[in-house]
Design a binder for this molecule. Structure first.
Ligand code: MLT
Length: 356
């Protein structure tokens, strides 16, 4: 895993109306499988390219020809609404040809292996493959076989890199301009900002990918939840994540939320959970749910976030989910810009693309 270096100079920002070419902007990754391999310069480049994409999205016709003639296949082995649609909209906004494959309606239901499916979609012209799979590591296997670029759209408990990058983008849009003490910050990092991830951390690929980006951004990161849903994270916290930066792990909601700048609630991921980890959802909601009363412990302008889908009344109270501090819809919107940025940058180094 690559240590995250701090920014030295600002990365060049691509001209996103033109076909991608990674060379001038310094992006070198062919695949995006997790955030752990991204340098700080890579993260900055994604953020700045996403700013450009936001400008594209604000145009009357929110479309650029950058990926015209490229084929993006979206292969989802797990249910999804926002992530799948977000990738589809992002790819179409870049004028790519998009093919959608839902596992339940494909030959996968007849027993075709992942490797066979990847070979098949490649033979049918796929140049970029966006994959979601219930098994951790599946996108890495796909990347070994596939000749183009693979983007991990969520694998098991392991990683969800585009979610972490859109979360960071959303936080920086609100918190990145100045430090808590009022001084100016280097770039738009989250240095010293208290960010709390609250809930079912154990089963969360969102939390795992966020640990890398948020420690890289210098945030004061806290993971909070029932002890059974934090298992193993204490050791990681002590070892450190990006550039060895440590983070906090606690089961005290009060300690975690006090003076927080961001509170991100996580869904109880029952489909990934063994029995016996929680007494009941009702008890979970009572002890760990993000209610208005608990949120009052955080800073008055703290951001409320959630990767979705939400179970309102369990990990987050309905009034908090849609309250004035909620940035949840904004996360969804930013997801399109961040995914456009990533597809664009990856296309610049894809062997089928212009970079070879
Ligand atoms: C995911 O795919 O991991 C989601 O965005 C979060 C969840 O499933 O709760």
């Amino acid at each position: 895993m690559t240590a995250i270096d701090r920014p030295t100079s600002e990365p060049e920002v691509p001209v996103v109306d033109s076909p991608p070419d990674a060379r001038p902007v310094g992006w070198s990754h062919r695949h995006l499988l997790d955030t752990d391999v991204l340098s700080w310069a890579d993260i900055e480049l994604v953020m700045r390219t996403a700013d450009e994409m936001r400008d594209v999205l604000a145009r009357p016709i929110a479309r650029v020809p950058a990926l015209r003639g490229r084929s993006v296949t979206i292969l989802f082995y797990e249910a999804s609404t926002r992530t799948r649609v977000s990738f589809e909209v992002a790819a179409k906004n870049l004028s790519a040809d998009v093919v959608n494959i839902a596992a339940a309606a494909s030959s996968i239901a007849k027993g075709e292996s992942l490797v066979d499916t990847v070979r098949t979609v490649e033979a049918l012209g796929a140049q970029m493959l966006v994959i979601r799979h219930a098994v951790s590591g599946a996108p890495y296997l796909a990347a070994e076989t596939f000749g183009g670029s693979v983007v991990n759209a969520g694998d098991g408990w392991h990683a969800h890199p585009t979610q972490a990058l859109l979360d960071l983008y959303t936080m920086r849009a609100h918190l990145g301009e100045s430090s808590p003490e009022g001084g100016s910050l280097d770039g738009r990092s989250l240095e010293g900002r208290k960010v709390v991830i609250l809930g079912d951390v154990l089963h969360s690929r969102v939390a795992r990918s966020n640990i890398w980006t948020l420690t890289a951004a210098g945030a004061d990161l806290w993971l909070c939840g029932p002890p059974t849903l934090l298992h193993g994270f204490e050791a990681w916290a002590a070892r450190g994540a990006a550039a060895g930066r440590r983070f906090q792990v606690t089961s005290s909601v009060d300690d975690a939320l006090r003076d927080a700048d961001v509170v991100m609630a996580l869904r109880i991921q029952r489909e990934r959970m063994a029995s016996g980890l929680l007494p009941s959802l009702r008890e979970y909601a009572a002890r760990w749910g993000l209610t208005a009363e608990r949120l009052a412990l955080a800073r008055p302008d703290a951001l409320v976030m959630h990767p979705g889908p939400m179970n309102e009344g369990v990990e987050i109270a309905p009034d908090v989910a849609v309250g004035a501090q909620s940035r949840i819809t904004e996360q969804v919107k930013n997801g399109v810009a961040v995914r456009m940025a990533l597809l664009y940058l990856l296309a610049g180094v894809a062997p089928h693309g212009g970079g070879e």
